[in-house]
Design a protein. Structure first.
Length: 260
């Protein structure tokens, strides 16, 4: 069912939940208003749900978690409010989740880390707050992670290699494998714990005398060298946890020494 770009108005009728054989429901770019009905969760065969560019309000119904076959969920450009429901963890086939340009608040649920097939996660221009869940850093298929203009977001976050991460106009510090569109790779100051590690603090980086720099493709990494001119092991461990498995072997061939 594709009803995009018409002049439909009013609310989505709850009876739409009776169309349980639907695989695609698109009612985008209409002036429809009101909440998303709970009955949307009855459409268990849906693979595409697009309700973008409307005037929908209210919260995202928890029944959205019933749509386990869903691959594309586009709800952007509405006035949806409330939090992102934790039930979203059930959408394990989801490839694209777009909730941008709404009025969503609360924290980003850590359950999004269950969506192992996710390639696009766009949450900008909302009112989200708190720390970005570490679990999102483990989504190996994620290509786009966009959270800009959520001024309540804070802390540090380590994206996967090759994930384009945009967090401008937030208090989030990006570190680890950041792309060219993100701030430079950042390690902590002398004696500080490494908050950039995806799996928790590492040994403090001490005895800093020189800097290790590596460039792989368009990605750049910095770390400290010990007195023998070798990267500290915890630095290599940091990169190994967030970069391709053979990263440690390639590092040895691109060592560049720079005086402090």
């Amino acid at each position: 069912m594709n009803l995009n770009a018409n002049k439909l108005s009013g609310a989505i009728p709850p009876e739409i939940g009776n169309l349980f054989m639907l695989t695609t429901l698109q009612i985008s770019a209409n002036p429809i208003s009101g909440p998303i009905p709970d009955s949307i969760g009855n459409l268990v065969n849906l693979q595409t749900l697009q309700l973008r560019q409307n005037q929908l309000n209210g919260s995202i119904p928890v029944s959205i978690g019933n749509l386990v076959k869903l691959k594309y969920l586009w709800l952007f450009n509405n006035t949806l409010s409330g939090s992102i429901p934790a039930e979203i963890r059930n959408l394990v086939n989801l490839k694209e989740l777009r909730l941008d340009y709404n009025q969503l608040n609360g924290s980003i649920p850590k359950e999004i880390g269950n969506l192992k097939n996710l390639t696009v996660l766009r949450l900008p221009y909302n009112q989200l707050s708190g720390r970005i869940p570490v679990s999102i850093g483990y989504l190996e298929k994620l290509q786009w992670f966009v959270v800009n203009d959520n001024q309540g977001l804070n802390g540090t976050f380590t994206p996967q290699c090759f994930t384009d991460t945009i967090a401008i106009n937030t208090a989030v510090i990006l570190c680890g494998c950041a792309s060219l569109s993100s701030p430079a790779v950042s390690f902590p100051t002398l004696g500080a714990p490494d908050e950039c590690l995806a799996s928790g603090p590492a040994t403090s980086l001490l005895k800093r005398t020189q800097i290790f720099s590596a460039a792989i493709g368009s990605y750049k990494y910095t770390c400290n060298l010990d007195s023998n001119g070798n990267p500290y092991q915890d630095c290599l461990n940091t990169m190994a946890k967030i970069c391709p498995p053979d990263f440690g072997h390639r590092v040895k061939t691109i060592l560049i020494r720079i005086s402090v």
